[in-house]
Every structure is written in structure tokens, then in C-alpha cells.
Design a protein around this ligand. Structure first.
Ligand SMILES: CC(C)(COP(=O)(O)OP(=O)(O)OC[C@H]1O[C@@H](n2cnc3c(N)ncnc32)[C@H](O)[C@@H]1OP(=O)(O)O)[C@@H](O)C(=O)NCCC(=O)NCCS
Length: 178
């Protein structure tokens, strides 16, 4: 379903798709348990649960962390968590609840992080996905991410990861010269 409307006010991004209004905003520490629960289902299915509420909260407390959530009324529809380093930004977690997938929400969450990265003067985006996660690999390819290689047994020693990257400067240079 296509996103029909988009507006930004006071750090809040509202996406209206049909009758559903999705609100994007910064996550709070109190959101850690539900982010962790959704991660377990969407991202760590079939693997040991490593993104526990405690670990999610610990990441959110770090100064270099950016966590954004999407909600429909009070329901959690999606989230992204990223770490801002000295040279690059690492996307640690991204998930969109099944019923809200294919509405452009995942893309909006990633774009929020990318726009924040540029403001912070960081242009290198990095992340890992499960090698078997074809949907996520296709999603990131659509957003301009390239596959760098694989990390054997990255996930709890039982599944390989594919490492992905995007250089945000490349498109900026193209846009500047155009
Ligand atoms: C990957 C994920 C975050 C995508 O979120 P989403 O909100 O559904 O994605 P979007 O609607 O923004 O999709 C953007 C584009 O990505 C591609 N894409 C997304 N989902 C796809 C699918 N199931 N099949 C094929 N292409 C897909 C499409 O090109 C899509 O554009 P389109 O709908 O106009 O064709 C979501 O599927 C998800 O949460 N998966 C489980 C968790 C996960 O894999 N997380 C990522 C690794 S940590």
C-alpha cells in the first residue's frame, strides 16, 4: 500500500496510508521491552534471543545510540536502532510488524537514520543481515546498499551474516553535480 501523505512537525513524522496513521518519533527507554519482543519474533526467529529487553535498554542508554519507533495509536509498528561511531553508523536492529510491512515504513525508518548520519557528518552506513533473509537483502538493495561479503557463523555461531554498506556521499555528489 502506498504512503499517501507525509509531514514533519516537532521531530514527529506522520505517514498516512489509507486509514492508518503511522507516527515516527524517538524511542524511550520504556519502549525497550516491546522492541526486544518484536526483535525476537522478526529478527532472531530460530536463533537464541540475544536482543533481550536489558540489552536493548543498555544500547538505548548509550549517547551514540539513535532509536526511532513507529506507532499506530499505542501499538508498536516498527523500530530501528543505530549506533553512531567516529567514522560510520551501524544499524543494529530494524523491524516492521508484519501487518504494516510493504507500506514504505522500513524505508522511512532507515531514511531517518541516514538523514541523522549526514547531519552528524557521517556518510558510511553499515549493517549485517542473516544470509537467509532474502527479503531484507532485497529491501536494502532497493535502498542503495551493497553487499560487501559474509561473516561466517556471525549469529550465535549457527548462521552466516551478509555485511551491507552504503556510502551516502556518492548520491550526494551525483545530486550536487546534477
Ligand atoms: C525488511 C523489512 C524491515 C522491510 O520493511 P517494510 O516496511 O516492509 O519495507 P518497505 O515497505 O519500506 O519496502 C521498501 C522496498 O523494499 C523492497 N521490499 C520490501 N519488502 C519486500 C518483500 N517482502 N519482497 C520483495 N521486496 C520487498 C521493495 O522494493 C519495497 O518497495 P515496494 O513496496 O515499493 O516494492 C521488513 O520486511 C521486516 O521487518 N522484516 C523482518 C525483520 C528484518 O528482516 N529486519 C532486517 C534485518 S535486521
Amino acid at each position: 500500500m502506498a504512503v499517501l501523505q507525509r509531514s514533519r512537525a516537532c521531530g514527529l513524522l506522520v505517514l498516512s496510508a489509507g486509514m492508518t496513521v503511522l507516527k515516527l518519533g524517538l524511542a524511550r527507554l520504556g519502549d525497550a521491552p516491546r522492541i526486544a519482543v518484536m526483535s525476537r519474533t522478526l529478527i532472531e526467529s530460530g536463533l537464541p534471543w540475544t536482543w533481550t529487553p536489558r540489552r536493548v535498554a543498555a544500547h538505548m542508554k548509550q549517547r551514540e545510540n539513535l532509536s526511532v519507533i513507529a506507532t499506530v495509536e499505542r501499538e508498536l509498528a516498527g523500530f530501528v536502532m543505530a549506533q553512531f561511531g567516529n567514522e560510520r553508523v551501524h544499524i543494529a536492529l530494524l523491524g516492521v510488524a508484519e501487518r504494516y510491512q510493504r507500506r514504505g515504513l522500513g524505508k522511512q525508518l532507515i531514511r531517518w537514520v541516514e538523514e541523522s548520519a549526514v547531519v552528524a557528518g557521517l556518510f558510511q552506513m553499515r549493517l549485517e543481515v542473516r544470509a537467509t533473509n532474502r527479503i531484507a537483502r532485497r529491501f536494502y538493495a532497493t535502498l542503495g546498499y551493497s553487499e560487501l561479503g559474509s561473516a561466517p557463523h556471525y549469529y550465535s555461531g549457527v548462521e552466516d551474516a551478509v555485511q551491507l554498506a552504503r556510502d551516502l556521499r556518492v548520491e550526494k555528489r551525483i545530486a550536487d553535480s546534477g
